[in-house]
Design a protein around this ligand. Structure first.
Ligand code: COA
Length: 163
């Protein structure tokens, strides 16, 4: 049984969130979590943190993670940014990433009332976002030495029939 939880940085599962992000996303780029923090000081604290958790004989185990950076008052960007989306390699392809994204979309579109979400997607992960209805929003650009594109989705509007 997998559950999606929104946690704070002082939650006991935050350490596992960081360990997963490090092994799946940062280490392959030659980065540590400190390098990541230093890229945008203070940003980690401003994010909502989502984890996918399974029951394990040794206790709760984090098998997926992502963060949601809300729009900032001093920025022209009005959409929230999905960052650090990752799933344990042994559990990929089971719908965990999809469930993490659904939880973040609910948070962004209903609780935070944001007009949309975007991310900087690695080219290899673009099909994941496209299957969730996200659209390409930029040309290819380099970030951390690899090709990315902006992917985005706008808040679903009530259909004409449901008005
Ligand atoms: C990308 C990632 C988060 C997706 O999580 P996941 O739990 O494996 O995804 P899901 O099981 O919910 O997949 C949903 C759909 O997207 C597809 N998909 C997922 N990752 C994909 C990828 N990298 N390439 C192509 N298709 C992918 C799945 O096949 C599935 O398609 P289906 O509905 O037709 O079966 C995960 O594979 C991952 O951690 N990859 C490595 C890190 C990474 O690339 N993160 C994104 C950085 S932008």
């Amino acid at each position: 049984m997998i559950r999606i939880q929104r946690i704070s940085m002082d939650h006991p599962l935050y350490e596992q969130e960081v360990a997963l992000r490090t092994s799946v996303l940062l280490k392959p780029l030659g980065m540590t979590i400190e390098d990541y923090y230093n890229m945008a000081p203070g940003r980690e604290e401003k994010c909502d943190h989502f984890v996918a958790v399974i029951d394990h004989p040794t206790g709760d185990k984090v098998v997926g993670a992502a963060t949601l950076f809300p729009p900032q008052p001093d920025s022209d960007e009005t959409s929230g940014k999905v960052q650090q989306m990752c799933v344990d390699p042994q559990r990929q392809g089971e719908g965990i990433g999809t469930n993490l994204m659904i939880a973040m979309e609910v948070r962004a579109f209903t609780e935070l009332a944001l007009p949309g979400l975007y991310c900087h997607a690695q080219i290899s992960a673009m099909p994941f976002y496209e299957k969730l209805g996200w659209e390409v929003g930029s040309d290819t650009f380099q970030e951390a030495g690899i090709d990315h594109k902006r992917m985005q989705i706008v808040t679903p509007q009530p259909s004409e029939t449901s008005k």
